[in-house]
Write a protein that binds this ligand. Structure first.
Ligand code: FES
Length: 75
């Protein structure tokens, strides 16, 4: 092991944007994409960053936050 310690703080990262929504997810329709759907992380907790791996669910439960991914959808 490297001996490096990682400290994860249980605090939200979205103090004010669309807080009335359960989860803030935005979609963009793109005509030229290799895959039908790509989700980009906006919670900074993904182990596959910059791609979303679903870690925002755990983050939102721990902090009361409402962050979600940016979805790129192929038209
Ligand atoms: Fe970060 Fe999904 S893991 S938004």
């Amino acid at each position: 092991r490297s001996g490096r310690m990682v400290v994860v703080r249980a605090e939200g990262i979205n103090p004010e944007i669309r807080k009335t929504e359960d989860k803030v997810v935005d979609s963009v329709i793109v005509t030229e994409l290799a895959k039908p759907l790509t989700a980009y992380c906006r919670c900074w907790r993904s182990a596959t960053f910059p791609l979303c791996d679903g870690s925002h669910v755990k983050h939102n439960k721990a902090t009361g936050d409402n962050v979600g991914p940016l979805l790129l959808k192929k038209q």
